[in-house]
Design a protein around this ligand. Sequence first.
Ligand code: NAP
Ligand code: GDD
Length: 367
Amino acid sequence: MTRAVVTGITGQDGSYLAELLLAKGYEVHGLIRRASTFNTDRIEHIYQDPHSPGVRLFLHYGDLASGEQLSYLIYNIQPDEVYHLGAQSHVKVSFEMPEYTGDVSALGTTRLLEAIRRSGIRTRFYQASSSEMFGSAPPPQNESTPFQPCSPYAAAKLYAHWLTRSYREGYGLFACNGILFNHESERRGETFVTRKITRAVALILAGQQNKLYLGNLEAKRDWGYAPEYVEAMWLMLQQDEPEDYVVGTGESHSVKEFVQLAFSYANLDWRRYVEIDPRYLRPSEVDFLRSDAAKAKQKLRWEPHISFQELVQIMVDWDLKAVGLSPIGAGERVLRAKVGAWCAKSYENGVLKRGAPAGRAALSCRI
Ligand code: NAP
Ligand code: GDD
């Protein structure tokens, strides 16, 4: 049985990746942080009681800020593949916590790579690099575009990116950087702009929110659907040679376009609800990201199937259900028709039926 370690398993991508790997027959070991409240909402539907026979999902406490537990895990689990997704992943927060972001997202990668190197285990390694590293470089961006990072988050990711290359070239580690453009889903953290918007649409319709306060509406992003992106991660580690790949849709849309589409899907006029609050602006902004993912298409045979409009519909439908309203329906139909069996099954059986945990819907977005 192929054995994988996943850092960041409780995050958006980690939860989809764990599902994908379990569906492929892997034994999956996830790193989770100790918290005084449950932080495993996104993987509850795949959680297996460790006392049951045939368990293939194991969770281990640990933190990227400490190397001890990482070494212990690598030595004891002896994984065939390591997917390193754990990070302080919020760009705006990185301006407020630059030192912490560097510790977790940059040095955390050093700790993990060193644990692998010192163990002598021949594992394959995936690093969650980011299109944010391109910063102010003009679009379209591909593997040869020079990086021009504009945030502490991007600088930390770039450190981890180069370190991954350095372990590949210096120590012969099978290590890949996936330079992923923005990818969203109904499991997206509530403080990222897409989810903030789709939750607001649902809460406005439910009569629980009056205004949506946003920052820069002009920034453009290349937004795709997250479950499709974790397939690209897996594909990278199945190749004969370790390489770096850009993954994205090749299309770009502004935050304003996302707002317009989400509100009009719910038959709302966004101008009545959206206001600009400067606290959501960043000291420096990445204006325009659009991928050239030709290499991934050619070598990995990877390409996305969910369009921008479908992504918005999927997310709004989900958030409507989460606040107890009926979904409009187009998003749910897309999921059934297009999303791979492993993901559609969990959507049907678990996450969508369960809905968001009680009380969550009322939380206001601070970031
Ligand atoms: P996410 O939802 O924010 O998940 C981040 C994960 O990292 C969570 O499981 C979180 O644990 C964990 N984590 C944070 N700090 C940690 C620490 N000190 N020790 C151990 N674990 C820690 O992020 P995502 O959207 O799934 O993204 C996955 C990875 O891809 C991240 O590295 C992100 O930077 C990168 N990336 C994302 C995108 C995107 O558009 N989503 C694009 C490019 C790259 P808790 O649940 O306990 O907070
Ligand atoms: N979060 C947030 N909140 N963003 C806002 C808001 C707001 O109220 N108003 C406007 N925006 C703009 C941001 O300024 C940015 O230009 C855009 O919306 C997207 O912001 P986020 O959703 O926070 O994502 P991001 O692009 O900064 O970072 C995400 O994508 C990266 C890949 O390019 C994260 O997932 C990173 O972890 C990832 O690496």
